[in-house]
Design a protein around this ligand. Structure first.
Ligand code: UD1
Length: 419
């Protein structure tokens, strides 16, 4: 089992190049089945979730290679439409192969997806939307059998909640559907806008991706082709490294970070006393010796405060002056990092979807276990501020979303090693 050992308590200072975004590259990889051509994704992060997505593509007959930050996917040899149970369970994003495969070949067979335990993660909105587009989906002993005997046809889909995954699935299915599809109450995350941009590069006709209302005009699949595309920078990884610098009272320059994607997080850091500025090539942060805890952080769909940054920002405020509330409105069970932070000396109490953080003067290193991807990153942030050595186990969760977190934090001056 791999562990991260972090010797904290020193002020971080340094700069790093930001990795490509996990939540953007995964839908792009599944979109490759639609293009039927060769696609090169540059700035592709080397993450276990990316390898899992590429294994799914390989199992469908595509040829995939990932080296030196470039994923090359040849979808001309796509030959299957069935994804095995083991592959499906490796991550939540496997569900977006449903829309892509239905759009590409009109059928697929898969089981329910896996992913981090953040409470119940149903796929009812995905299934209902794809049915509205003409798919017939049945659940046979845990296997989802999806067909569209009359093809997919455009329609207006009103989402009851702006689900990121459901919006992506509808976009993927609608690219080659007959006629026009309109998504109302679509998710507006920057990763949705990127998926639209990528698909348009490949020949799709999508307008409004990243807005409330997305319009997709179906094109014949033969008009789609592969392309070369640079994966957008990872806003949650950026938030992690900004918070690590802030928690240690240090400074950092995150090259490649886009200010426009991160306003909800940088606003909170500014309120806590940090100087956060856009530098020509990224974001620069300079933190006071002790952060001031902000009153309330409430997670919301984009452009609100991202649920993926909740644990990470909470970890930065574990050592701070003052008191604050964290309200988790997206997922039911996303406070599993709290017990681990408490082992490091944090004073945090939870009740339902609310966590009350009372800032302490001092955190101390401890043996902690990553409860999930972002919870694990949060422990690394707190460890940078804690005196003495912290050992983080269950590093496999962190590796789902961070391309060598130890290298990135090391570049900021953290004493961190993987053993
Ligand atoms: C994506 C992100 C994840 C992020 C989340 C919210 C990827 C790979 N993952 O996850 O990192 O935390 O957005 O920003 O991009 N829901 C339903 N029924 C559905 C679908 C969703 O009830 O059919 C609920 C979920 O349980 C959750 C909420 O809607 O409570 C938001 O989920 P959603 O936006 O779909 O998140 P994901 O796409 O799974």
């Amino acid at each position: 089992m791999q562990l991260l050992k972090i010797e904290g308590g020193d002020r971080l200072s340094g700069e790093l190049d930001l990795q490509g975004a996990k939540n953007s590259v995964l839908p792009l990889i599944s979109a490759c089945v639609l293009t039927g051509g060769i696609t090169r994704l540059t700035r592709c992060p080397e993450l276990s979730d990316v390898y899992a997505a590429l294994r799914i593509l390989s199992s469908l007959g595509c040829k995939c290679r990932l080296s030196d930050g470039c994923a090359e996917i040849d979808a001309r040899t796509l030959s299957g439409c069935e994804i095995g149970d083991k592959l499906m369970r490796q991550m939540r994003s496997s569900i977006i192969f449903m829309g892509a495969l239905l759009g590409a070949v009109g059928e697929c067979v898969m089981s329910f997806p896996g992913g981090c335990e953040l409470g119940p993660r149903p796929i009812d909105m995905h299934i209902s939307a794809l049915r509205q587009l003409g798919a017939e989906i049945t659940d046979e002993h845990g296997r989802l059998i999806c067909r569209c005997p009359k093809g997919l046809h455009g329609c207006t889909v009103n989402l009851p909640f702006p689900s990121v995954g459901a919006t992506e699935n509808i976009m993927l299915a609608a690219v080659c559907a007959e006629g026009e599809t309109v998504i109302v109450n679509a998710a507006r995350e920057p990763e949705i806008a990127e998926l639209g941009r990528f698909l348009n590069f490949c020949g799709a006709r999508i307008k409004g991706a990243g807005c409330h209302r997305v319009v997709i005009e179906g094109v014949p699949r033969a008009e789609l082709h592969g392309c070369e595309f640079e994966v957008m920078p990872d806003r949650i990884a950026a938030a992690t490294y900004l918070c690590a610098a802030a928690a240690s009272g240090g400074e950092a320059h995150i090259r490649g970070a886009r200010v426009c994607d991160l306003e909800a997080v940088t606003n909170v850091l500014r309120q806590s006393g940090c100087r956060v500025t856009a530098s020509g090539s990224g974001i620069y942060i300079c933190a006071p010796p002790l952060l001031r805890c902000v009153n309330t952080v409430r997670t919301c769909p984009y452009p609100g405060f991202p649920t993926d940054a909740q644990a990470i920002v909470m970890a930065a405020f574990a050592k701070s002056k003052g008191m604050g509330l964290f309200v988790e409105d997206i997922f039911e069970n996303r406070f599993r990092h709290v017990d681990e932070l408490v082992r490091m000396g944090a004073d945090i109490k939870t009740e339902g979807r609310v966590a009350v953080v009372r800032g302490v003067d001092r955190l101390t290193g401890a043996q902690v276990s990553a409860p999930d991807l972002r919870g694990g990153a949060a422990l690394c942030v707190a460890a940078c501020a804690a005196e003495g050595e912290t050992t983080v186990s269950n590093v496999c969760y962190i590796d789902r979303g961070y391309d060598s977190i130890e290298k990135a934090l090391g570049a900021l001056g953290a004493k961190i090693r993987r053993v």
